[in-house]
Design a protein around this ligand. Structure first.
Ligand code: HEC
Length: 192
């Protein structure tokens, strides 16, 4: 009997692996976690809705050269937002950091995007996280990441974002939607 238990576990593990391979993303654009509460890196974020790019916006204490920040949200959450001006539970955002340059090919002025430098991920998951919103980094491109401490990301988003934790003041297509539904915090636009 004792020897049967490990064997059945092996079969179970195999079945899970096969099922995962058959459907790599069972809930597209929704957060997936490991058993120890680490977020799995969202693989297909480049197929989500593109909200906007910043160039050299600085909100991090990390020194570094001027980067582009490209922001994405899954299609399903974007559609919900258009109907309500609110972010549904399980919404995720990706901010992708890209290098910038002005020298290349025929370019004479301005800046264009270059290498991938990492992603930050924000998740609204009201049942999993007591603070409802959680923040992750995938700079070294690992498969999963633990939530960052509150002071690292959460606090700034809580204090300065225009709609819940999201910087809608910088996303020109979302701003009129939030204003229409009265979910937009005008005070977040005040220059500081
Ligand atoms: C000092 C303020 C500040 C801190 C700290 C901060 N952010 Fe942000 N975050 C911003 C601003 C401003 C934007 C919008 C503009 C941009 O950078 O593209 C933003 C945008 C984002 C977005 C896109 C969705 C949204 O909410 O608008 C994600 C994802 C994100 N940040 C993740 C993180 C992560 C992960 C951390 C911690 C490592 C973090 N942020 C720390 C200010 C902050």
């Amino acid at each position: 009997m004792r020897r049967l238990i490990p064997a059945s576990l092996v079969v179970l593990a195999l079945a899970v692996t096969i099922l995962r391979a058959a459907s790599p993303d069972p809930a597209p654009g929704r957060p997936q976690y490991t058993g120890d509460n680490q977020l799995l890196r969202p693989a297909d974020y480049r197929e989500w809705i593109f909200l906007s790019s910043g160039l050299g916006m600085s909100y991090s204490t990390q020194p570094g050269h001027e980067m582009f920040t490209n922001v994405f949200v899954p299609q399903w959450a974007y559609q919900e937002f258009l109907k309500s001006g609110k972010w549904p539970d399980k919404t995720m955002f990706v901010v992708e950091d890209r290098g910038s340059t002005s020298q290349g090919s025929i370019n004479k002025a301005g800046h264009y995007q270059t290498d991938w430098m990492g992603i930050g991920v924000e998740v609204k998951d009201e049942t999993r996280f007591p603070e409802k919103w959680a923040y992750f980094n995938f700079d070294q491109d690992p498969k999963s990441a633990a939530a960052n401490p509150k002071a690292g990301c959460w606090t700034c988003h809580e204090q300065h974002a225009a709609v819940e934790h999201v910087f809608v003041q910088f996303y020109p297509t979302l701003k009129p939607v939030a204003k229409k539904f009265g979910t937009y915090k005008e005070a977040a636009e005040t220059i500081q």
